[in-house]
Design a protein around this ligand. Structure first.
Ligand code: PMP
Length: 444
C-alpha cells in the first residue's frame, strides 16, 4: 500500500457561521472532524493524519482524489471560457460531454440534460415524465410510484419520492401523489451477497399501486437499482425485470435513479447494464466529475425527448426548465477529464475485477457479534449493526471511531456503507477490513 505523504498542521477555523447540511451541527462543532487535504485513496485531517477513503468521498470519487488530469482540465477551462449563459447560448464541450455519456448509456437512452446535483436530476426527471405524458394527451398521469427506504434527494419532488420520513417530517408539506412500494430488504436473505435469490414478487407492489390509483393516473415508477444511501439494498433477481414489464404493459415510465450506481459502481457504466434492464430515464451525478465539480444529468429515452419536442410549436421552447449552472463549462471540462480517466485506466473493468475481493472481505466480518446483516454488489456494500436501543446512535459512534482509527465511510442509521474507490489495491481493501473489524469489535 502506498504511504501517504506528510501534510502541514492547520488550525481549527471559526465554525459558528456555517449551518452544516445533514449534520448534528452542535455536536459536530463540539468535536469536529475536518479534512484539510486529499490525495488518491486518502483524506488528511488538520494535523496531516491520513484517513483511508472507503466511501469514495460520498460515492463521488472512484478515480481517487485530486487527480492532476481533472485539475488541469478545470484550470484550462477557467482560463479559456469560464461561463456561458445556458439559455439560448451554448458551448461545444457540453455537446461533446452529452455525446460521450450517450455512448456509455443503454441503447436508445441517449438524450442528456445537464443539472447540478442529484436532487435537481430527480426533480428534472419527474418534470420530464409529466411533460411527456401531457405531450401525448395523458395529462392525468401525475402519480409517482417509488419505494420505502429510497433516497432521491431533498428537493420537493425527490423528497416526496424518498422513503425516509425524517427528511420530510420537519417541513410538514411536500408534493402529494406519491405511492410507496415496499423496500426490497428481506429477513430471509440476510447475509446474501449479490442479488438475493428471492423477492422478485415485491415488484407486484406496483400492480397494487395501479389497482389503487389506476394506470391512467400514474406517470412513472422511480427506483434506485440498488438503494444506496439507505443501506445498500440489492434488487432481488428478476425484480427490476418485473418492474420493467409492468411499466411497459401499463404505459408507465420507468426511472432509474443512478446517482450512486452510475459510472462504474456496479462494474458497468450503469446499473441498468449490470442488471440487464433498460429504464426510460436515468438520473446520474456524483462520479460524473469524479466529485471535483458539482454536476449531474438526466438521460432520457429518445422517444421521450422527441415526443416533448414535437408537441411544441416550431420555434417554441419545448421544455420550460433549466438552471443557470446547467452544463457549466467548468463542470463539463471536469466531467470530460473524468470520463477520459475512467476510460484510459479501464476503471469500470477494474471495479468489476476488484468487486469479488471487496465483497469477500466485507462478508468476512459476519462473525462479529454486533453485525446483523451484510449486503453488497459491485463496489458497494452495507453492514448492519444491532441497535443499542436508540436507532442510529451506534452508527454515529461507529462513524466517529472509524474516523479516529483512520477510515472514512458513510453511515445511515446503524448501517455502515462501504463504497471504495476503484483505484483501491487489495492492500487498501485489507486495511479497510482490518480497521472495520477492530472498530466494530470495540463497540461490542
Ligand atoms: N438520488 C440518489 C440515489 C442519491 O444517492 C442522492 C445523494 N446521495 C441523490 C439523489 C441526491 O443527490 P444530491 O445530494 O447531489 O442532491
Amino acid at each position: 500500500m502506498n504511504q501517504p505523504a506528510e501534510s502541514p498542521v492547520l488550525a481549527l477555523p471559526d465554525m459558528q457561521h456555517q449551518w452544516l447540511p445533514f449534520t448534528p451541527n452542535r455536536e459536530f462543532k463540539a468535536d469536529p472532524q475536518l479534512f484539510a487535504r486529499a490525495k488518491d485513496q486518502f483524506y488528511f485531517d488538520l494535523a496531516g493524519r491520513p484517513v483511508l477513503d472507503a466511501g469514495s468521498g460520498l460515492f463521488t470519487t472512484p478515480a481517487g482524489h485530486c487527480r492532476d488530469e481533472i485539475a488541469e482540465a478545470v484550470h484550462r477551462q477557467l482560463q479559456e471560457l469560464d461561463f456561458t449563459p445556458g439559455f439560448l447560448r451554448a458551448h461545444p464541450k457540453s455537446f461533446e460531454l452529452a455525446r460521450r455519456i450517450a455512448g456509455l448509456l443503454p441503447e436508445g437512452l441517449d438524450r442528456v440534460f445537464f443539472v447540478n446535483s442529484g436532487s435537481e436530476a430527480v426533480d428534472t426527471a419527474m418534470k420530464m415524465c409529466l411533460a411527456y405524458h401531457r405531450a401525448r394527451g395523458e395529462a392525468g398521469r401525475t402519480v409517482f410510484v417509488s419505494r420505502e427506504r429510497a433516497y432521491h434527494g431533498v428537493n420537493f419532488g425527490g423528497v416526496a419520492l424518498s422513503g425516509m420520513v425524517n427528511n420530510r417530517r420537519a417541513f410538514g408539506g411536500t408534493v402529494h401523489g406519491v405511492s410507496h412500494m415496499r423496500a426490497t430488504w428481506q429477513e430471509a436473505t440476510r447475509f446474501q451477497i449479490g442479488q438475493p435469490d428471492q423477492g422478485a414478487e415485491l415488484a407486484d407492489d406496483l400492480i397494487a399501486a395501479i389497482r389503487v390509483h389506476g394506470a391512467e393516473n400514474i406517470a412513472a415508477c422511480v427506483v434506485e437499482p440498488i438503494a444506496g444511501s439507505t443501506g445498500v439494498l440489492v434488487p432481488p433477481r428478476g425484480y427490476l425485470e418485473r418492474l420493467r414489464d409492468i411499466c411497459t404493459a401499463h404505459g408507465i415510465l420507468l426511472v432509474f435513479d443512478e446517482v450512486i450506481c452510475g459510472f462504474g459502481r456496479t462494474g458497468e457504466a450503469f446499473a441498468a447494464q449490470s442488471f440487464g434492464v433498460t429504464p426510460d430515464l436515468i438520473t446520474m451525478a456524483k462520479a460524473i466529475t469524479n466529485g471535483a465539480v458539482p454536476m449531474a444529468a438526466v438521460a432520457a429515452a429518445r422517444f421521450i425527448h422527441d415526443t416533448v419536442m414535437e408537441a411544441a410549436p416550431e420555434g417554441a421552447i419545448e421544455f420550460f426548465h433549466g438552471y443557470t449552472w446547467s452544463a457549466h463549462p467548468v463542470a463539463c471540462a471536469a466531467a470530460l477529464a473524468s470520463l477520459d480517466l475512467y476510460e484510459r485506466d479501464g476503471l469500470f473493468a477494474r471495479a468489476r475485477a476488484l468487486s469479488p475481493v471487496f465483497l469477500e472481505a466485507v462478508a468476512s466480518l459476519r462473525d462479529l457479534p454486533l453485525v446483523t446483516d451484510i449486503r453488497g454488489y459491485g463496489m458497494i456494500a452495507g453492514i448492519d449493526l444491532a441497535s443499542d436501543g436508540k436507532p442510529g446512535r451506534r452508527g454515529q459512534l461507529l462513524q466517529k471511531k472509524l474516523y479516529d482509527n483512520g477510515l472514512h465511510l458513510k453511515t445511515t442509521g446503524d448501517c455502515a456503507i462501504l463504497a471504495p474507490q476503484f483505484i483501491f489495491s487489495e492492500a487498501h481493501i485489507a486495511r479497510m477490513t482490518e480497521i472495520l473489524r477492530s472498530t466494530i469489535a470495540s463497540l461490542a
